[in-house]
Ligand binder design. Sequence first.
Ligand code: GLN
Length: 449
Amino acid sequence: QAVLDRISAVEEKVGAYVTVADELAMDQARLADKAISEGNISPLTGIPLAIKDLMCTKGLRTTCASEILENFVPPYDATVIKKLKKLDAVIVGKTNMDEFAMGSSNEHSGMKITHNPWDLTCIPGGSSGGSAAAVAADMCISSLGSDTGGSIRQPASHCGVVGLKPTYGRVSRFGLVAFASSLDQIGPVTKSVTDAAVMMNAIAGYDAADSTSVPKETPDYTSVLNKDGLNGLTVGIPREYSEVEGLDPDVSAAVKDAIKKIQEMGAECIEVSLPHSKYVVAVYYVIAPSEASSNLARYDGVKYGFRDKDKSELTDMYRSTRSGGFGPEVQRRIIIGTYCLSAGYYDAYYGKASQVRTLIMEDFNKAFEKCDAILSPTAPTPAFPIGEKVDDPLTMYLSDIFTLSANLAGIPGISVPCGFSAHGLPIGLQITGKHFNEEALLRIAYNFE
Ligand code: GLN
């Protein structure tokens, strides 16, 4: 009830939620009370959580912040939701996002604008901006986001909270509305590294319903949380990242300080090279829109959601439904993706991008022969003012420069707060690591935090 009261008090200013689930949440809370009275207590019993509005929640509207799914109520729960409910967590609502998770600022939401709780004139980051703003503004205790190219880490960085993108295949994508299937992962957005580990314990693990989920033992992520320092660990600093254009001086200074602290805690610090870094943005913005154009073909007015009922001829109905239901950024991606996948262009674009993706992956594999984790800024600048980049897609895409490669390589990445800009906006440090070694990231982040 306290969290729902807090939402009522600040939602008008922050705009973190698409749907607040008052009654359903209170029902779940009562179930949690019952579980507690029966001595049945999990680390998440009764904990109020917020869920990005692209994970299916049975009986609770799931919109992807798109008009095309405005009234879609899923008949089933995503695997992560099932797992959370089993632990008697309480879902207080569904959070705002860029439409179908396409964006870095939440300005591409078809529902509302989300404001950064640290400065309401600024964006919260995206696409899981609502999930990060809700955690930062105490409108939930923890939340889930999804990360296709940085959408958990970048908003976490801009809102001064912790965001973890697990290894591809670690967390089931069953019931996650697909954006780019070879890149998407669900992960936690939390107030602390401990909470991130607790959430990982709840959601990680093999799921037969997701063919890319990996049948691998899941560790107890909280077991690495001790402040014993970082002796024996080697961290890599990519040479290429210092050449990134448009890196804000406050971000650069905060990250340098963070690296120094991590060294003082006992980690050895070496330079590594990721020579294909300069292709990351281009490769991502071919692969992600291509996969999106295929995934979003299902929204045709027949199977789901919105349909333009005035059109009687089938192709007219498709055209009008899709032009009316999808926002401009989603339409831009569908058009780019359709072009990249079309006959005669596939080899030159999607095929070529996939080859370069392998080179990017190999860069990381080589770097990880010498180090346990790689440090960088999460985003090149702190949160920017609402409206500043919204009409300039290329500048917006370039703000993903540090986060995209973890998705292309399938490796885990975490963003932890590491300081503030001169204007008092939070800055995040990104730590990426080897496949299925989320523990190393949590260990460094916990010591650093
Ligand atoms: N900002 C990136 C994009 O617009 C990443 C989004 C995401 O991770 N979902 O595609």
